[in-house]
Design a protein around this ligand. Structure first.
Ligand SMILES: Nc1nc2c(ncn2[C@@H]2O[C@H](COP(=O)(O)OP(=O)(O)OP(=O)(O)O)[C@@H](O)[C@H]2O)c(=O)[nH]1
Ligand SMILES: [Mg+2]
Length: 391
């Protein structure tokens, strides 16, 4: 599957930069392309220059709203991020339009954090504009949710997240939810190491995007997972997970093939890896709520067998009994067995609900603050009534 990837704001740009690296890796290691163009869009010029892999020209690192912000961001006011995106939408569309081999693109992936200003405000607005322009290609949003400590220190965090999620859900074909806090749980040493978190956010997409683009006969699956399968799976709230385990690179040849113990242990390993993928989902959710699911197993071809495929299928059916399940295999990895899982069309996501509830109760407080500010401003203006103006 081939994507056009666009990151909005600081977080979005950096995660998009990770996707650009994945594409380089796919080209270098496998001779295939999984991304036709990667772009970063920001109101902050310094953030754009901090990226490493996205091409440096202004057509790939797109500065918007410079008249309004002077190139210094919108300071967490996502309404301003949205307004600027509306005004400068054409700038982004013009850049996307000139993507080389744009016609090969299967879908768009737009990325942003929910809690900031630029990305949070721009992602849904740009999704809407691009959707009007390219009605035939699905547009997915990948939205990064804030760390817990950010929610307790700043009310705007919760409010921005709620407005961003509501807007994205109403317009994007699917919304991948990625919870920053999940990565802290995984490994406390990476707390604050955003670069490492970003790499972990992008990693599960690697094999999934490569599988359908593989050209070399010896790596072609017995059941290929192609763009069609992925597009059919992605609807509404979506999470992605990834697990991997090592398998021996060399095995002594045996006259009578594998014995049953060896085969059994491969199946066990497959189940364990899928279990890891499920417990490492990008956001905590209940798989029972998913109506569509997908899994991809990548391993050396000698590790794949019918028993393994069946065991994983049964496992998935157990945990997501209401889901329409698609699957594929990808005989590519060396010394590694990995499983990518997507759960989509989730009918309930507790965390999203909680943002909505908390945010609703914040609205009166926000209104009050705004009224107070307006009153204060009016008072200053009144006291300046007698002063002559220079304009
Ligand atoms: N995973 C991840 N999260 C990030 C990164 N940078 C910022 N965040 C999170 O994103 C939120 C802040 O949003 P930013 O993306 O910095 O904001 P922005 O879109 O640039 O908007 P403004 O700076 O307000 O104009 C916070 O929840 C951060 O924890 C990053 O590189 N990776
Ligand atoms: Mg910023």
């Amino acid at each position: 599957m081939k994507l056009v990837v666009v990151g909005f704001g600081q977080c979005g740009g950096r995660v998009a930069d990770e996707f650009a690296r994945l594409n380089k890796k796919a080209r270098g290691q496998r001779g295939i392309e999984i991304i036709t163009g990667t772009y970063a869009v920001n109101t902050d010029a310094a953030d754009l220059s901090g990226l490493t892999t996205i091409r440096k020209s202004y057509q790939y690192r797109i500065l918007i709203g410079s008249r309004k912000t002077g190139g210094h961001g919108v300071g967490k006011i996502n309404e301003l991020g949205a307004e600027i995106a509306r005004e400068d939408a054409d700038k982004v569309i013009d850049a996307i339009r000139t993507t080389k081999r744009f016609f090969e693109t299967d879908a768009f992936l737009f990325i942003a954090s929910a809690a900031g200003g630029t990305g949070s405000g721009a992602i849904a607005v740009m999704t809407q504009h691009v959707k009007e322009r390219y009605a035939d290609k699905p547009i997915y949003n990948l939205i990064v949710l804030p760390f817990e400590h950010e929610e307790t220190t700043e009310d705007r965090t919760v409010y921005n997240t709620a407005t961003c999620l509501k807007s994205a859900y109403s317009i994007a074909d699917a919304v991948f939810l990625v919870d920053n806090q999940r990565f802290v749980r995984k490994d406390s040493s990476i707390k604050g190491n955003l670069a490492k978190i970003n790499a972990m956010i992008a990693e599960p997409f690697y094999n999934m995007l490569c599988a359908g683009e593989e050209k070399k006969p010896k790596y072609i699956a017995s059941k290929v997972l192609d763009a069609g399968d992925i597009i059919q799976t992605l609807v509404g709230w979506t999470v992605i997970g990834y697990g991997k385990s090592e398998v021996p690179v060399f095995r002594l040849p045996r006259a009578r093939g594998k014995d049953f113990r060896e085969k059994g242990s491969e199946t066990m390993k497959g189940i364990q890896t899928m279990d890891e993928a499920i417990s490492e989902l990008s956001l905590k959710c209940n798989p029972i709520d998913s109506k569509r699911a997908l899994y991809l197993i990548s391993a050396p071809s000698k590790e794949m067998n019918m028993d393994l495929a069946k065991a994983l299928g049964d496992y998935m059916r157990d945990i997501a009994p209401e889901a329409l399940i698609r699957n594929g295999d990808y005989p590519r990895e060396r010394g590694l067995l990995d499983v990518t899982v997507i759960l989509s069309e989730l009918s309930d996501v507790e965390k999203v609900r909680s943002y909505y509830t908390r945010s609703t109760s914040l609205i009166p407080e926000f209104k009050k603050r705004q009224e107070e500010t307006e009153i204060k401003l009016r008072v200053i203006e009144d006291t300046s009534k007698e002063i002559p103006s220079l304009l």
